[in-house]
Design a protein around this ligand. Structure first.
Ligand code: TLP
Length: 348
């Protein structure tokens, strides 16, 4: 990469090994279930997360919306965090496409939803109310810092959900970052979930795609939902081949990205005019604010980083002085040092 791109881990390019696997992938028509590479990716992803079956989808957003539309019917309700990607950044698709009513509760600084808040949000059987069907968690919880959520907490939500006959979906876009941060196998983190969507195209570097996993029956129904969304792909083995490299070789190295995020955070904390909570840096994201008396505005800071140093970092939407810096495969420790040097100059 010719820039140092901290905007997201979605910017990652495929690795040379992925490009080679893509060129050589055996393919077939996946709508007929005949693409061997897609079938392999789906089966291996399901096994990795301890579920029966998987479904290759084009994006994390499609994984989440496919799950929501499969679990819920029109007029049903899903409970999720106010900061959840599914609530904030998916174009309101569960409501727009599925008539699903989102019931939002606050996300705590540790990325969890309070069990009492979830309990209170679950509706009784009353004709005035939507029917509660689904609870959604996000792991890592991206919007507030990339915070990993423990298996113990998720089990508690799972127990609550089962007690009320509901379903639990995990937006595990970065579930392997959570696994690396907590040193816990990803399958343990999602054992309580009925469905999980995880992204191949973020820290794992595949160019496209996510996998939705769950029971055989759920995935059978989800295949139909995916088709109705226009997500039935044909010779998708070309893409799935990169996904296989992603799940086989890229999960084990995510700890390097977390170490780089820590180095970046520690360097930033030592700079003037920067505010950040070091304890919140637990995976591959660093959130920080420029103080009011900083010598440059957040916009100028971002512009100068881009123009003068070839470093991309955007002010974080919804906040006036906040930035999110995300580390990934294409950011090395040398890049971290270069970026810290540049920011030191701009804030001097
Ligand atoms: N997140 C993107 C942006 O959309 C904000 C990013 O740069 O972080 N779940 C979570 C937790 C996500 O962070 C994202 C992408 C998705 C789902 C959606 O994935 P895609 O972009 O593949 O639809």
């Amino acid at each position: 990469m010719n820039v140092i791109d901290f905007r997201s881990d979605t910017v990652t390019w495929p690795t040379p090994e992925m490009r080679e696997a893509m060129a050589n992938a055996p393919v077939g028509d996946d709508v007929y279930g005949e693409d061997p590479t897609v079938n392999e990716l789906e089966a291996e992803s399901a096994a990795l997360l301890g579920k029966e079956a998987g479904l290759f989808v084009v994006s994390g957003t499609m994984g989440n919306i496919t799950a929501a539309l499969t679990h819920c019917g029109r007029g049903d309700e899903m409970i999720l965090g106010r900061e959840a990607h599914m609530f904030r950044y998916e174009a309101g698709s569960s409501a727009a496409l599925g008539g699903i009513h989102p019931h939002i509760v606050d996300v705590q600084p540790d990325g969890t939803l309070r069990l009492d808040d979830i309990r209170r949000a679950i509706r009784g059987d009353n004709e005035h109310f939507p029917r509660t069907r689904l609870v959604c968690l996000e792991n890592t919880q991206g919007t507030i810092g990339g915070i990993p959520i423990t298996a113990a907490y998720t089990e508690q939500v799972g127990a609550l959900v089962r007690e009320h006959g509901l379903k639990l979906h995990i937006d595990g876009a970065r579930i392997f970052n959570a696994a690396a941060a907590l040193r816990t196998p990803a399958k343990e983190l999602v054992a309580a979930a009925d469905s999980v969507s995880f992204c191949l195209s973020k820290g794992l570097c595949a160019p496209v795609g996510s996998v939705l996993v769950g029971s055989k029956d759920f995935i059978k129904a989800a295949r139909r939902t995916r088709k109705s969304l226009g997500g039935g792909m044909r010779q998708a083995g070309i893409l799935a081949a990169a996904g296989l490299v992603a799940i086989r070789t890229m999960t084990a190295r995510l700890a390097d990205d977390h170490a780089n995020a820590c180095a970046l955070a520690e360097g930033l904390a030592a700079l003037p005019h920067v505010q950040l909570d070091l304890s919140a840096v637990q995976s591959n994201m660093v959130f920080f604010d420029l103080t009011d008396d900083a010598p440059v505005s957040p916009e100028t800071f971002a512009d100068r980083l881009r123009q003068d140093y070839n470093i991309l970092m955007r002010p974080y939407p919804g906040y006036t002085r906040r930035f999110r810096a995300v580390t990934h495969y294409w950011i090395t420790r040398e890049h971290i040092d270069t970026a810290l040097g540049a920011m030191r100059e701009l804030l001097a």
